[in-house]
Every structure is written in C-alpha cells, then in structure tokens.
Design a binder for this molecule. Structure first.
Ligand code: DX5
Ligand code: ZN
Length: 216
C-alpha cells in the first residue's frame, strides 16, 4: 500500500490558491494549517478558507489546528468540510472530550504532538483516535528542517497504536527522508516546501506516494 500525501497549502502561492490546488489534484489530502498566534508564533487561516477549499476541490481536507483550546471551534471546522480534524495534545485540557466530539460530528479525529512531547503521553488516548500526527519540526512555519530523532518517535508510536491507526508526519519531509519516515511507520506524509517549492508539484506528490518503494 502506498503512503498518502497531504500537501500543506501554507507553502503554496495563496494569491492563486485555486490553480495551486489544481497542480496537486493527485494528492490524497489537502493539509490546512490553522494557527492562532498563541499556540504557535504565527497566524494563518480560519474557517472561511476551509470552506473555500471545500468548494474548489473534492480532495479530502486535513485540518491541523494549532490553536489554544480548540473545543469551541470543532463543530465549525467539521461543518466547513474537514474530513480529518487534528487537535494538539498540548492545547487540550480535555483531550478525550475533543476527540469524541470530532468523531461524533462525523470527522476523523487525529491528535498531534510537538517534538518535545513523549510518545508515552499518548498511551491513554491512542485507542480513541483515527490517527496521530507527529510534528517533526516545531510548529509555526513551513520550510524548516526535519528533526532526525522524530524517526525513533514514529517507530515507538507504531509499536503502541492499533494496526489501522494512521501516523501522519508533519515538518521537513523531503524526497530524501520520505522513505525512512515511511519505513518507520508513517502512513501520511505532510509536505509544504517539498511539494509547492518544486517545479512540478504533481510529480513530487507522485514521488512521495512511492516513497516506500523508491530508495533515494
Ligand atoms: C508547520 C506546519 C506544517 C508545514 C509543513 O507548523 O504544521 O504543516 O506547513 O511544511 P514543510 O513541509 O515545508 O515543513
Ligand atoms: Zn501542519
């Protein structure tokens, strides 16, 4: 089975978002990074952008909430069209409630962890989620460098999650490190710079989807 690829529109040319989406029509998801300027040192998109993307493409939308206390906004993001809704472990006081509410509303619930958060912190939540997102850079920006110890974290995570749980890896994914990331246990690769910074985002998505069979 090939790995799924979720290009992050944070690295796209937002002045021509619709064309950018057409350049990645083979993607498995569209990754939308929602940042509030408090949980992370950057402010990006909100609900209207998710609604606009929903109207422009039929590719499932994967919304990554990097906001403090996401609970009051969960329903709005699900209604806007987030097939996958990710909340951060570090941002939720009542994580189990947030995850349950996403699933009850009909979306897939993922939990993200920052680079400093140990896998052991997820022990009591892994049986309730559809996926875990491992941040392989400190969240806030595209074009950062992959933290190499993330590979070990992915392996540790794979050992404790149920078999059909997705492991999404976000930050600094390149054509060079993608194979190692997939072999460590990832099933979804997020990519901003590698996809949108390339000459042919379509071809780059294709290459990343084959990361587990191609040795680079
Ligand atoms: C960082 C975001 C990422 C980012 C990935 O906080 O969560 O999704 O856009 O971009 P690259 O692939 O360039 O690291
Ligand atoms: Zn992200």
């Amino acid at each position: 089975m090939s790995v799924k690829v979720s290009p992050s529109i944070l690295a796209a040319d937002l002045s021509r978002l619709k064309e950018e989406l057409q350049r990645i029509e083979n993607a498995d998801y569209i990754h939308v990074d929602v940042m509030d300027g408090r949980f992370v040192p950057n402010i990006t998109f909100g609900i209207p952008i998710v609604e606009a993307i929903r109207k422009s493409t039929s590719i499932p939308i994967d919304v990554h909430l990097m906001i403090v206390d996401p609970m009051p906004y969960i329903k709005e993001f699900v209604d806007a069209g987030a097939e996958v809704l990710t909340v951060h472990y570090e941002a939720c006081t009542h994580l189990h409630r947030a995850v349950t509410s996403i699933k009850t509303l009909g979306s897939k619930a993922f939990v993200a962890i920052n680079p400093h958060t140990p896998i052991s912190a997820l022990e009591e939540i892994v049986n309730f989620v559809d996926g875990i997102l491992v941040m392989s850079v400190n969240p806030g920006f595209s074009y950062q460098k992959f933290i190499p110890t993330s590979l070990d974290k992915i392996r540790k995570l794979r050992a404790i999650v149920p078999k059909d749980t997705d492991i999404e890896v976000d930050g600094g994914v390149t054509l060079k490190n993608a194979a190692d990331i997939v072999r460590s246990g990832a099933t979804i690769l997020v990519s901003g710079a590698t996809v949108f910074g390339s000459e042919s985002p379509y071809e780059t998505v294709k290459q990343l989807q084959k990361a587990d069979v191609v040795t680079t």
